[in-house]
Design a protein around this ligand. Structure first.
Ligand code: MSP
Length: 692
């Protein structure tokens, strides 16, 4: 759980942050005079790729947290931006025939202009090519150097331009390249090169003990815990001094007093979190140290090891927490150039609305774990959760009010047990959602809010207001409608951080003024408040997407594969022989990660308009047969396959061929696609038994 900082006075710019802060857990029980602060950041994005749904994810989580803290009356700051220096950018600019500056100016705008389309409103957008940043990076360097932690040496070792990271020999992976030659790859699977050049070093080796002590004193510094353990193991394994400059290219911030060298892009990039708060006398300095760096899991080491060490060396307090989220796949597949499935977020927001996209990403993905963006699941949730549960509740409520001739709040009345129970549910939802948000778990907060939304729907059914109306029991009818209007008001508040646009539409329909947040005023609905207001005009919040509209959306949004899928996933025939002998030797452990099973083909059908594919149902010993789509049609008639025992790779990530055709496994085969031989076993083998 991140700890919230509070201060009973308005801090002067020169005050030392560490001396003035009191740390409190984020609960409603604070003294009213105390100002809690919340400073949240996203990674700054490299400009070598257009923004995709993975980038949108961190930024969206940060936006939701910032909105929540603002509603709680916390002095809040939300920063995002772009990472614009480094060899990767210089090379991309050269390729595009532009100067690096012209190149980054063009690309940074794509990110900046995207956020409002997703309802994301950062307080600041920092570009690392801005003067205010460059000055502070050089300032931080000078402070670290003055502490005796930077020295000039000579670097010789592996560097990965794509990761902009140095690696030791033992971190690299042995692989083979397209020409079949052995090569070394970075731990993220990207090419590395041997670099020899003079360079400045940071004395990271000095910080091992201090970092371990800091981790011990701050047991939730990195979340989730598994990531923290990885970080600790890395530091416990011993730290080598870190090369923090490059001399072989020029697109970067010059080292103070030695401009032949430029500052290593991670030293430069990490400093954005601090440089965005201005110079020492800037009032924004009150936000340091940062409360929460949201980052992707692969960059937790930079944030949890190097960054606090740089700050310690500069005499600045390290951040309060680093939260590493997982990676998103798209319809079960990793986003990649070859699959052509880098999903741009703006068209999704255009088709289904920004709030539906926000809801989907925040609810369907458990923060901290890997998740999948599935287009069909998105549409299903829009209709059921947003349309039926939430939209209909508001619509039914306003419809019932209109039928009853009610245009404003009925006189307050306590009601009976059902009303008391719903009020308790609302308060419980507010408490649980706040706890979840304080623990950086937006998916859990939405679970709690939805439990209340469903309870409100059940309340309508149980109280049957139409009966009260028929019976002319106006007093009872007013109690029910008043309770429902109050429930809708509560939901509009609880959903403010998640669905900002729809929450304000809800308020409008309820005739409530737009919500304005203010520091030290807590708007979170911990206690039930009776609705007051004059009802506005009702309109469906999430109109139902019928089949035709769903098809239209899927046609517009589903990634289009660039090439036909390869048969059964095996390498092409001519590659097959060469590959076998050059693949690296692996341990049995690695082989045993592949779940090979005996499968019995139950049915096989051709796939319309896909002349290579067959659509199979294969019994692999599970409750239901598996659907496996395989490139066998040029070699086999469907009827020849039925009844054959085959070998199935059972734990392969599902592959989406589009139009609802998803394959849940792969069959082993060899040969060219028009003359394939299937690997099979004899009839004694039971479907589902493991092949090893
Ligand atoms: N520039 C560095 C960060 C410097 S922060 C001081 C960087 N940039 S990046 O553009 O490559 O990645 C930015 C973020 O996007 C990372 O947190 C990364 O995890 C996230 N994502 C990139 N692809 C992703 C998914 N497929 N899913 C979720 N997030 C992913 O690293």
């Amino acid at each position: 759980m991140p700890l919230l900082r509070s201060s009973s006075t308005s801090p002067g710019p020169s005050e030392k942050a560490q001396n003035r802060v009191i740390w409190l857990r984020g609960t409603p029980s604070l003294l009213p005079t105390m100002t809690q602060r919340f400073y949240v950041t996203t990674p700054i994005y490299y400009l070598n790729a257009a923004p995709h749904v993975g980038h949108a994810y961190s930024t969206l989580v940060a936006d939701t947290l910032a909105r929540y803290h603002r509603m709680r009356g916390h002095d809040t700051r939300f920063l995002t931006g772009t990472d614009e220096h480094g060899l990767k950018i210089q090379q991309a600019a050269e390729k595009a025939g532009r100067s690096p500056q012209a190149h980054v100016d063009l690309l940074a705008n794509e990110f900046r202009q995207l956020w409002p389309k997703l309802g994301i409103e950062p307080d600041d957008f920092l570009r690392t090519t801005e003067e205010r940043h460059i000055r502070r990076v050089q300032d931080l360097w000078r402070r670290v150097a003055a502490n005796g932690d930077i020295y000039l040496g000579h670097y010789e070792g592996w560097y990965c331009v794509s990761d902009e990271a140095f690696y030791t020999e033992k971190e690299l992976i042995d692989s083979i390249n397209e020409e079949g030659k052995p090569v070394k790859l970075s731990p993220t699977g990207r090419p590395v090169e041997w670099v020899r050049e003079p360079g400045y070093f940071f004395r990271l080796s000095r910080y091992q003990e201090r970092l371990l002590k800091f981790y011990k004193e701050n047991p939730s510094f990195v979340q989730p815990e598994g990531r923290f353990n990885e970080v600790k193991r890395f530091v416990e394994g011993g730290l080598e001094d870190l090369n923090i400059s490059r001399a072989s290219f020029s697109w970067g911030i010059p080292v103070p007093d030695d401009p032949k060298h430029i500052i290593y892009v991670w030293f430069d990039a990490l400093t954005n979190y601090w440089s965005a708060l201005g110079e020492d006398n800037d009032p924004l300095q009150r936000f340091w140290p940062c409360d929460l760096h949201l980052v992707g899991k692969e960059i937790s080491r930079f944030h949890a090891v190097y960054w606090p060490a740089f700050l310690m060396a500069a005499g600045l307090p390290p951040p309060r927490q680093v939260y590493a989220h997982g990676w998103l796949t798209v319809n079960g597949e990793k986003m990649s150039k070859s699959a052509n499935n880098f999903l741009p977020p703006a068209p999704i927001a255009e088709e289904v609305g920004a709030d539906a996209l926000r809801y989907y990403l925040l609810r369907a993905v458990v923060l901290g774990q890997d998740g999948d963006f599935n287009h069909r699941d998105l549409l299903a949730r829009i209709n059921s959760e947003l349309g039926n549960d939430l939209g209909n509740l508001l619509n039914r409520t306003l419809g019932l009010c209109s039928k009853a001739g009610l245009t404003e709040a009925p006189p307050p009345a306590a009601g009976g047990e059902l009303e008391a129970a719903l009020r308790a549910e609302a308060e419980e939802a507010a408490r649980k959602a706040a706890e979840a948000m304080d623990a950086v778990a937006p998916h859990r907060a939405l679970d709690a809010i939805w439990a209340f939304c469903r309870a409100a729907n059940v309340y309508v059914d149980k109280t049957a207001p139409w009966k009260a109306q028929k019976e002319g029991n106006t007093a009872r009818l007013h109690v029910i409608l008043g309770t429902l209007l109050s429930a809708c008001r509560t939901l509009a508040l609880l959903l403010g951080p998640f669905l900002p646009q729809k929450a304000s539409e809800m308020r409008e329909q309820l005739g409530l003024p737009p919500l304005t947040t203010r520091v030290n005023r807590d708007l979170w609905p911990f206690t039930w408040v009776d609705y007051q207001g004059t009802l506005g005009k009702a309109a469906p919040l999430f109109p139902r997407l019928d089949d035709a509209r769903q098809k239209q959306i899927l046609d517009a949004l589903l990634p289009k594969p660039t090439e036909a899928p390869s048969p059964v996933g095996a390498p092409k025939a001519e590659e097959a022989v060469a590959d076998t002998m050059t693949l690296p030797v692996i341990d049995y452990e690695k082989f045993s990660e592949v779940d090979l099973r005996v499968g019995l083909v139950l049915s096989a059908e051709r796939v319309p308009r896909k002349d290579k594919l067959l659509d199979l149902r294969v019994d692999v010993g599970e409750a239901q047969p598996r659907r496996i789509v395989a490139g066998l049609a040029l070699s086999f008639k469907p009827e020849d396959l039925v009844g054959r025992r085959v070998i199935v790779v059972a734990n392969l990530r599902p592959r989406d061929f589009g139009k609802g055709l998803v394959s849940h496994g792969m069959l082993l085969a060899t040969g060219p696609s028009e003359a394939l031989s299937l690997v099979s076993v004899d009839e004694r083998a039971t479907p589902g038994s493991r092949v090893q």
